[in-house]
Design a protein around this ligand. Structure first.
Ligand code: PYC
Length: 324
């Protein structure tokens, strides 16, 4: 077991990504055919799961960070590999995390402006580092799976929304409290929906667990000082699987939202949509159809906030974090 390794922290619209090199964990010392997210997932879920726990739990970590194990794109194929994780497990994809990884690679001098591919457990994604340091990415094919899904929460509240996939599974519903509700109330309302989904066994395609809840209200009334020329969009609040809310506008949640707008016919392909988080940070997104899916392209910006060497003292009983 390693006694130390380097971590680079970024934030994208307020949401942290904690980035670890796959080579530092010994994961990319493998033959080419083994350099796949599936192979890494097996390793990370098994012998290396302590890395996830240590980086997303107290005392060294925080439950609202998403972690990423990364192999940078090589010069020939310009293809890298990323596995994202959080305090409860591993994510299919993570949009804010992908923007964070690209900014981290730029900061480390591993990439120049240009377009790269990354293999993730949810599929291949494409990311472009733009000359102004913004990152534009196209996620995995997204789709609206069910519309007008109605469920009753424990407090008797009836909620109607959509089930959609954008790299993770989401239940999306309109909720005016997102406009200026206190975070504690938003957490409570979203958690009630998450509980109702579980209680009524409402699932995504092939029984997939819906582990993200996205509540939204229109952007147009969300701020007082809007101009007529401002783009259309919404403000959202996303409850993540580990019980925290996304400080960023949530990349996979934005993809799921645009898949729903496409299914409803309320947003034309190629038209810009602004997705705003409750911290006020924004992504700009648009979509294109491909057969029964949509490909959503999102533009955002991340910043490096820390470079640390994490030390694992064998005498420290809590070196892998508090909890099992
Ligand atoms: O940006 O896709 C995202 C995301 C998922 C969970 C937290 N952020």
């Amino acid at each position: 077991m390693l006694d130390s390794f380097s971590v680079l922290d970024t934030h994208t619209g307020g949401e942290i990504t904690r980035i670890v090199s796959a080579a530092d964990l010994g994961l990319s010392d493998l033959g080419l055919s083994d350099r796949s997210p599936e192979h890494w997932l097996r390793q990370l879920r098994g012998a290396s799961d302590w890395v996830r726990k240590a980086l997303t739990r107290e005392p060294r970590g925080t439950e609202y960070a998403v972690g990423a194990v990364v192999a940078p794109p090589d010069d020939v194929s310009r293809t890298g590999c990323i596995v994202f994780f959080n305090n409860v497990g591993y994510l299919g994809m993570c949009g804010h995390g992908l923007i964070g990884v690209v900014e981290a690679l730029r900061h480390q001098g591993a990439i120049l402006p240009g377009t790269y591919q990354f293999a993730t457990p949810a599929g291949m994604v494409q990311a472009t580092l733009l000359p102004d340091r913004d990152v534009r990415f196209t996620g995995v094919p997204s789709r609206c799976y069910r519309q007008d899904v109605s469920l009753e929460c424990r407090d008797g509240r009836r909620v109607t929304g959509e089930i959609a996939y954008g790299g993770n599974w989401f239940f999306l519903t309109h909720d005016e409290s997102v406009r200026n509700g206190p975070v504690a109330e938003l957490m409570h309302r979203a958690q009630q929906i998450r509980d109702a989904l579980d209680q009524h066994e409402i699932r995504g395609e092939s029984g997939a667990l819906i582990d993200h809840v996205e509540m939204y209200c229109s952007l147009s009334d969300a701020t007082d000082d809007r101009r007529a020329s401002d783009p259309v969009g919404c403000r959202n609040f996303v409850l993540c699987p580990g019980g925290h809310y996304d400080r960023s506008p949530c990349g996979t949640g934005t993809s799921a939202k645009l898949a729903c707008l496409a299914a409803q016919g309320t947003l034309e392909p190629g038209v810009d949509w602004v997705q705003e988080s409750i911290t006020g940070s924004r992504f700009v997104a648009s979509y294109q159809y491909e057969e029964e899916h949509v490909h959503v392209t999102i533009r955002g910006r991340a910043h490096v906030i820390a470079e640390t060497r994490q030390v694992f003292d064998p005498d420290d009983d809590l070196r892998f974090g508090i909890g099992e």
